[in-house]
Design a protein around this ligand. Structure first.
Ligand SMILES: NC(=O)c1ccc[n+]([C@@H]2O[C@H](COP(=O)([O-])OP(=O)(O)OC[C@H]3O[C@@H](n4cnc5c(N)ncnc54)[C@H](OP(=O)(O)O)[C@@H]3O)[C@@H](O)[C@H]2O)c1
Length: 335
């Protein structure tokens, strides 16, 4: 199968690329930067003949995927903006996220060979942050974040709210497109919570780590113990496998999946694991009070595991694999 992957040079996208390559598929990796695309390819010398790179424009610049979809059988659309330093939620995050989804679906509609588009949404499109603490609720793919567009673009809304809205309204755009246009392909959306694990995309230095792993590194490097807002998470390789299985399994068509490890996490727990697993951990990890991992809600990770054949990786293994890699990067940076 020939698959276009957007966001391929990002944290999750690079794992999606690896999962596809390991199963023998052909990958076209989309990036705004040819240089980043080439680095992704260079890092996979054994698969050079299975990867080609296509350059696309920023989602704020009228992106078209018309060229990128030529000849592909399926698409995994991972790319979406995430920047908590923005000042205009609508212009900088919500409209670009929607534009990205629209552009990929319009291009797929014009390319008969495309049979399915898998879209990375987020638990942010599912969670109701104002939900009362009781009774206990298990979020499933039926739940939608109730945030309104007006609330999200209000002057006093911060970038976290902007991100939550960008994921919700971009995903809604996808479902609306399919309902209205009835294209010859179907879609699957996947809504992950915090995602952790080793890095497989081009990261030049630790300071450029993606948001979720940057938090783990803050713990391991003793910088600070971030607040654990929601104790739900998933391993990046498990998530990548879910994307690829969602593309390959016929019966997944038209479904929305939530995904989550059955284990809860906190940054304090991550610190304890680093202390136990690494000799230097006791001296270095960020100290702090025990953080609550119980929470008032759960997230359904069982349906996707059953239907797409996933086995969840433990938090211990995930933290260990990432920290080993980050420490090696640090050594290279300081030598
Ligand atoms: N990491 C998490 O914990 C987490 C949790 C839930 C959901 N997600 C979702 O998973 C997806 C990937 O996240 P990630 O952690 O892998 O992020 P990431 O490392 O920042 O990768 C995202 C990629 O999207 C592309 N991109 C970003 N802004 C863009 C824009 N304005 N126009 C065009 N392309 C743009 C970039 O590719 P180029 O620079 O190569 O163009 C970037 O590499 C996103 O949809 C995110 O919302 C992530």
């Amino acid at each position: 199968m020939y698959v276009l992957v957007t966001g391929a040079t990002g944290f999750i996208g690079a794992h999606v690329v690896d999962e596809l390559l390991s199963l023998g598929h052909q990958v076209r990796a989309a990036s705004r930067s040819c240089e980043k695309g080439q680095l992704l390819k260079q890092d996979r010398p054994d698969y050079a003949s299975q990867i080609d790179i296509v350059q696309i424009a920023d989602f704020t610049q009228g992106t078209s995927f018309a060229e990128a979809v030529q000849g592909v059988d399926g698409v995994i659309h991972v790319a979406s903006p995430l920047d908590y330093t923005i000042t205009d939620n609508e212009k900088d995050m919500i409209l670009p996220a929607i534009a990205g989804v629209k552009a990929i679906l319009q291009a797929a509609e014009g390319q008969e060979s495309v049979k399915r588009v898998v879209i990375t949404s987020s638990f942010a499109a599912v969670l109701d942050v104002n939900r009362a603490a009781t009774p206990h609720h298990t979020y499933t793919a039926k739940d939608w974040n109730p945030l309104t567009y007006e609330e999200a673009i209000a002057k006093d809304s911060n970038a976290i709210i902007g991100y939550r809205a960008s994921k919700k309204f971009a995903e809604l755009e996808a479902w609306k497109f399919v309902e209205e246009r009835k294209p010859s392909f179907d879609i699957v959306t996947i809504c992950p919570p915090m995602t952790f694990g080793p890095v497989r995309h081009p990261v030049s230095k630790l300071a450029n780590l993606n948001e979720s792993n940057a938090n783990l590194w803050k713990v391991a490097s003793g910088a600070e113990l971030p607040v654990s807002r929601v104790p739900l998470w998933v391993n990046v390789r498990d998530l990548a496998k879910a994307h690829v299985e969602a593309l390959l399994r016929k019966e997944a068509g038209g479904k929305r999946y939530t995904i989550a490890s059955p284990e809860k996490f906190s940054y304090k727990l991550a610190g304890d694991i680093v202390t136990e697993e690494f000799g230097w951990g006791r001296e270095r990890v960020a100290k702090g009070e025990k953080q609550n991992t119980e929470g008032t809600h759960d997230l359904d990770g069982e349906t996707v595991a059953r239907e797409l054949g996933l086995t969840y990786t433990s938090f211990r293994e995930t933290v260990k694999a990432f920290v080993e890699q980050a420490v090696a990067m640090e050594r290279r940076e300081t030598s």
